[in-house]
Design a protein around this ligand. Sequence first.
Ligand code: MCN
Length: 777
Amino acid sequence: MIGASLPRVEDARLLSGQGRFVADLELPRMLHVALLRSPHAHARIVAIDTRAACQAPGVVACLTGEDLRAHARPLRAPSRMKDYRATDFPALAFGKVRHVGEAVAVVAAEDRYAAEDALELITVEYEPLAVVADTEAALRSGAALVHEETGTNVLLSRVFAQGDVETALRGAASVVGDRFRFHRHAGVAIENRACVARWDAGDGSLTLWSSTQIPGIVRDALAELLGLPTQRVRVIAPDVGGGFGIKTILYPEEIVVAALARLVGRPVRWIGDRREDLLTSTQAWDEVIDAELALDADGAIRGLRARVVADVGAYSIYPWTASIEVIQVVSFLPGPYRVPHYHAEALGVATNKAPMGPYRGVGRPVSVFVTEALLDRAARSLALDPVVIRRKNLIAPEDLPYRSASGIVWDSGSFQESLERVCATAGYDELRAEQARARAAGRYLGVGVASYVELTGVGSAIPVSPGADIATGTEGATVRVEPDGGVTALFGLGCQGQGHETSLAQVVAGELGVAVDDVRVLHGDTATGPHSTGTYASRSAVLGGGAAILAARAVRDKALVIAAHRLEASAADLEIDAGVVRVRGVPGREITLGAIAAVAYAGTKRLPKGVEPGLEATRFYDPYLGTASNATHLAVVEVDPQTCVVRVLRHVVVEDCGRVINPMIARGQTIGGVAQGIGAALLEEVIYDRDGQLLTGSLMDYLIPTAGEVPAIEVIHLDRPSPTTLGGFKGVGEGGTIGAPAAVANAIADALAPFDVEITELPVTGERLFRLLAGRR
Ligand code: MCN
């Protein structure tokens, strides 16, 4: 079962229009919500008049931020991190607005048209304030404050240090460094954010359907904010059309619809449109990184020094806080390399933009871009081949487990192997020869290599977001054999397209000894699944898979005890395959899992002495440290210096996600991630003007890659089981996005080496390339 490229069982439903997303939900008497959003990036709210809107046809309720305060506490993301300043994040702004698009009032009406029309009747008197447009402005003395109560725009700062980087830099044969910039990014899921809330006055309970990645976290936080007991709140994430990290926070709209449903006693629904999504969903990256890499003459890394300033936007998000992105950058800058001396400072700075949050890869696309760009530069300065300098510095098998310069322990990794394999697969030497031939003919081909390591399946020893007030180290699974022998596997984890209904079924089926088709995976419902925080940080295979193994094993052991009793054999002599338990070597002495379940549910009379009735188990798994996934990407590009068009001709990935559950799914995950990485490298950029107005508020302005920009991606799985996780799995969901931007950036720099330009900013849009090449062509 494990290792089989089974077709995804969910696809029949999803590809034939049978999926059930939040917007498909029709509830009797449901109200529709529209939100009035601020046109100002920073302004005091002097007055809001909703009287006319409240009288408008079809309108049932109308609330401002002040009104909502009586029904829901403002959200606050606490952290134990030293030098972190929490900010209140109100579901509807009161006092002032801090970014364009922030909601200031809500209308609930009989339909969305009535709600939208009523918004136009609300008058808001704003007093515009000085806009904190970027981190430079935010750090200037006397700058306007995004949150007055913090007394500064710096919401967090942290230093990572190992060894003596000053001395390492001083004695180096080569020091390469620059200011790098990875611009702001949006996570564009096919399904915009959406939520529906229903209040049941009969038993005082709330049900929220949300396109969230974290139903468990949303439930716990909502209960607290609304003052409800947790067991009275149920959060269901039905089919979700992509999340990519942006659906891993508790959003204002979820609080608003929940509070409204309770207030008016009718179901309330909000379906975000694309403009709202681009304006208000968390955004990613937006960091300026000053970094220097010091090397010996033979290319060995001596030390790395960096300062990373992140634009964290207007609010610190729940539960991850404003630190999630920038702390990952400094944690992962040393990459899969031996870096003896390291010093890095991270600053998270508030501005009047949408809040910063996690996006596929979190921080690592940025750190990998910087480190890999520096390595290529170092190779050029020391006249070494980019592959040779990586070979020299990559952590070797004998170094493992390896404690990185930022303190993360790599339990395993095939760093050298993935580099060698990518070169062999892509035909590196032949590519270089082809590049030389092309250059002689006036064409600019470039080859870019990037290696990375990431921590996946993180357990309780290391929080996903250091200091944040949320425990992310465990997941549970319930495995139940139904009376006919079919198996139901319940997970708290939700799914946004990763194929859990197939891959987790494979894990359960493999451990239990039944056919995959006989396992039905149900997930994403806090009322039915075990305790869970959700799907993020490439954790479901490791944590969900680990819990599934434990639960299936417990059920299997019990089934064998019952079977031994019925077959009058020893449990040690039994084997289970395709749902039938047989006495080894005795043809015909067998019993089906269904028959065993019937006995188990019939009760004590038919069961062996001391065996409890029932055939189900719930188990939790904590991988404790987490496990290292790694890969090397190789991109081949052609750049036309006249038109500044970049074409990615090839993209090869050799990746190690441990034991692969379903190679087709893991491949699909990698391909999707690479496509997003190519978008990040070439196209996607959120742009605000000096007044904090979003200039990329539609997909005409915010460019995502299409099939035209993405080549056929070659993916090889090394399939080296993790030595530290149950099942040997490592995560794969983010890797494509982590390696691709750096590989593409290095390939562009390589193509343009004759013009002596360096790539320091991503995305490398046509305009940026045009400016870089100005006067050099
Ligand atoms: N898998 C496997 N073998 C392994 C590891 C994983 O077959 N050794 C399978 C898993 O069983 C699962 C999939 O690959 O079906 C991804 O597993 P994993 O790496 O554990 O990641 P998660 O399931 O926890 O998903 C989260 C991850 C993240 S963090 C983002 S962001 C992301 C991603 O997954 N967002 C996605 N992939 C996405 N894919 C889609 N289609 N949509 C998103 O929003």
